[in-house]
Design a protein around this ligand. Structure first.
Ligand SMILES: *Cc1c(COP(=O)(O)O)cnc(C)c1O
Length: 351
């Protein structure tokens, strides 16, 4: 764990960190936001200094994976303000997850308050505009109880911690930064299981396939649909995109996590750039016919794919300028460098 630093340099009022060269690692920040739900009533505990949590040993989140998380980024705009991106959509996704895991929803207003307070309280750790870095927010939800049976908890914790991050894939975005992925024979989720829910358990089951892919020199594993192993699902914790002719295509699958980055890119493509878009099943073989491939997510933003390998089959792709257009349009909106015609930017109140 990186050493926490609570002292600030010069007039910038920023933490003494090399913001331009951050990786995607945990750096402990001073404050986290917490709320607790008992008997269906949420009570705000507010900002806490302790990064450790004290949980009952029988907690469902520890034994049965009754847990949810979100990943979001806050950027400093050119105007010096801090912006989150579509936080109400993250709130809705967590609420849908809570319904599936049979716990109480975190009310949208509480979720967004947690995001705002956690970001604002750690202002010195929000990377400056132009550094390429952002403040990553991790809202999460835990079922906690003195319990041993397989059933939902009676008590819940909603917490938001933050950490400043650089690019998820080393090197970030650029024509020389294509990544390579290995089609795995394993699944991260069941065909009618919880792949569409951002629940912790899905990620423990991705460690093995990811490890195998990395051992062979790839950046991550590419998952096929778990029912037939025929169609492309997604890559690690990022959704898949391809350009075929003048159409942006992306998989339609129940086991794929519905990425807000993907939703945003599809809207940018169709409404700002005038491209055609399709959400449909993409057979792995169709890679023979596509022009370019990429993956996307809050952490990965948009990352283009140079190479996909499935056993002795291999596909290679070139950088496509349209990825640059998509990337710049999205990041422009997120960082406040461009207009925000969709109203996606959410200003964090800083006082
Ligand atoms: C979080 C996540 C994504 C990306 O979703 P965003 O909303 O764009 O951050 C994609 N796939 C998986 C499996 C994820 O967990």
């Amino acid at each position: 764990m990186a050493k926490p630093r609570y002292y600030f340099t010069g007039e910038s009022q920023k933490a003494d960190l090399d913001f331009a060269n951050l990786g995607f690692d945990y750096i402990r920040c001073p404050y986290r936001f917490e709320a607790v739900c008992e008997h269906g009533v949420w009570r705000v505990r507010g900002l806490l200094e302790d990064s450790a949590m004290n949980l009952p040993e029988g907690s469902q989140c520890l034994h049965y994976g009754q847990q949810l998380f979100e990943g979001m980024k806050v950027y400093t705009g050119a105007d010096g303000k801090a912006y989150a991106f579509r936080p109400y959509d993250n709130a809705r996704r967590m609420a849908e997850g809570a319904r599936y895991l049979k716990g109480p929803e975190v009310p949208e207003e509480l979720f967004v308050r947690g995001v705002e307070e956690a970001a604002a309280a750690n202002l010195p750790f929000i990377p400056p505009h132009g550094s390429g870095a952002s403040l990553y927010l991790r809202p999460f939800y835990l079922g906690v109880d003195d319990n041993v049976g397989v059933k939902p908890a009676r008590r819940y914790i909603f917490r938001v911690f933050v950490t400043p991050v650089g690019p998820y894939f080393k090197g970030g975005f650029g024509p020389d930064q294509g990544k390579s992925f290995m089609v795995t024979s394993f699944d991260r989720a069941a065909p009618r299981g919880t792949g569409h829910v951002k629940a912790g358990g899905n990620y423990a089951s991705s460690f093995h396939p990811c490890f195998e892919a990395k051992k062979k020199g790839f950046d991550e594993a590419l998952y096929l649909d778990p029912a037939e192993h025929k169609y492309i699902d997604e890559i690690g914790a990022a959704n898949f995109l391809a350009l075929k002719g003048d159409t942006l295509i992306t998989p339609d699958s129940h086991s794929v996590l519905p990425s807000l980055t993907r939703m945003s890119l599809l809207e940018i493509a169709s409404q700002l750039l005038g491209w055609s878009t399709e959400e449909r099943q993409i057979p792995l073989e169709e890679l023979d016919e596509v022009d370019a491939t990429a993956c996307c997510g809050t952490a990965a933003i948009l990352t283009w794919i140079r190479r996909i390998v499935d056993g002795d089959r291999e596909w290679t792709f070139e950088f496509d300028d349209r990825w640059q257009q998509l990337h710049d349009s999205l990041v422009g909106i997120q960082t406040g460098a461009a207009d925000d015609p969709f109203g996606w930017r959410h200003e964090i109140p800083l006082d």
